[in-house]
Design a binder for this molecule. Structure first.
Ligand SMILES: Cc1ncc(CN)c(N)n1
Length: 228
């Protein structure tokens, strides 16, 4: 079994639970409320900028030229291509640039983005790459699963098609190949750290969707309102 397959297998139950999240079931059925998708879109647009930063830092740490190009291209893809999908939804939902900028990151989004950026800066290159893998792989597999179950006229079809696409899956295969090469060359302690980083990010993926479904805010939101 390849190292990337061992990562997948170790987190299979969590992935199955991710597929069963109400957010993803309702996204497939096209019944997810506009309010919940709107909440997700705004948080995900914040997420993509930080994710792009983490990819760019990881690119700079790469041990070879191919890795620099691979992760620098992925940073470009996240910020330019994925965010243009979001821009289309933002327009449809009437979310202005000012409203977006004024919406703070939720605890789940802040946790996930801080985790990715901190790991990219502070962890060895193989561990930073392992932390980024769920962002590719889980989205591609969730996209494909939802694509297979999606209904005709699903209002969220553009989102589903992006992550189910062959182009996105080709990116996943390339990152898995990099993870496998790095794991082959790594010491046992680094391989253990790669497993832990993958698991942390896979958990945070789960939390991100759950948080959007719950329309989560900071628990301090009410306490922050000025007293009358
Ligand atoms: C939270 C999250 N994780 C992953 C992806 C796919 N790049 C995304 N758009 N948003």
């Amino acid at each position: 079994m390849s190292f990337s397959q061992s990562l997948w297998q170790a987190n299979e139950a969590l992935f199955q639970s991710t597929l069963q999240l109400p957010f993803n079931r309702e996204l497939a059925a096209g019944t997810l409320s506009r309010e919940r998708f709107r909440h997700y879109m705004i948080q995900d647009a914040h997420y993509l900028v930080a994710y792009g930063r983490a990819l760019a830092v990881t690119a700079a740490k790469s041990d070879n030229a191919e890795g620099v190009v691979q992760f620098a291209n992925a940073a470009n893809e996240a910020v330019v291509v994925e965010r243009s999908l979001h821009d289309g939804f933002m327009r449809d939902f009437g979310i202005t640039a000012e409203q977006f900028a004024a919406t703070p990151l939720t605890p789940a989004c802040q946790h996930y983005t801080s985790y990715l950026v901190a790991t990219a800066w502070s962890a060895p290159y193989p561990v930073a790459v392992a932390a980024l893998l769920p962002c590719f792989w889980i989205y591609a597999e969730v996209g494909r699963d939802i694509h297979a179950r999606s209904v005709a006229g699903n209002p969220y079809q553009a989102w589903i098609d992006t992550y189910a696409s062959e182009e996105f899956h080709a990116l996943v295969r390339a990152v898995c190949a990099t993870v496998d090469r790095l794991a082959d060359e790594a010491a046992p302690a680094t391989r253990t750290a790669m497993h832990a980083a993958y698991r942390d990010a896979a958990r945070l993926e789960w939390m991100f969707w759950d948080s959007a479904y719950c329309l989560a805010q900071w628990p301090t939101a009410a306490a922050e309102l000025p007293k009358k």
